[in-house]
Design a protein around this ligand. Structure first.
Ligand code: DQA
Length: 139
């Protein structure tokens, strides 16, 4: 399937940011992991990362009619962004939500996800492997 993988703010800082929570591998390693997992599963993937909410909304809108599925780690916007939720609802593309950490066992403010309201599935706390599980949903 033709899939779009979106990573939100600060994920480009992987390897540097809070390695005890997010691991020591950098963002380039995550992108390589996603590409090789997608190839293994026979999916074609486009990778997109942004620190800006509006850019994420734009890329979701432009996915309409182009991609058959979206895998998204909205990062901090998970907990705040009605705009990303609305964009996902607008395009109606099946979406799987991923988090490297287990947001259900961290601070209270991380327990609520707007994106979960539209996601077909949410994968949390599996590190890089969570992205593979998300891609498997589309297999
Ligand atoms: C995250 C969890 C979010 O709460 C946090 O803001 C992130 C990363 C994760 O992958 O575990 O930036 O989405």
């Amino acid at each position: 399937m033709k899939l779009l993988v979106i990573n939100g703010p600060n994920l480009n800082m992987l390897g540097i940011r809070e390695p005890d929570i997010y691991g020591k591998q950098d963002f380039h390693a995550l992108e390589e992991y996603i590409r090789s997992s997608a190839a293994e599963l026979g999916h074609s993937v486009t990778l997109f990362q942004s620190n800006h909410e509006g850019e994420i909304v734009d890329v979701i809108q432009s996915a309409y009619g182009v991609y058959e599925g979206i895998v998204i780690n909205p990062a901090a916007y998970t907990h705040t962004s009605v705009a990303i939720l609305d964009a996902l609802k607008a395009v109606g593309i099946p979406t799987v939500e991923v988090h490297l950490s287990d947001i259900s066992t961290r601070e209270e403010f991380r327990k609520h996800s707007f994106v979960s309201m539209v996601a077909k599935k949410t994968v949390c706390g599996l590190g890089f492997e969570g992205y593979k599980k998300a891609l498997e949903y589309f297999s």
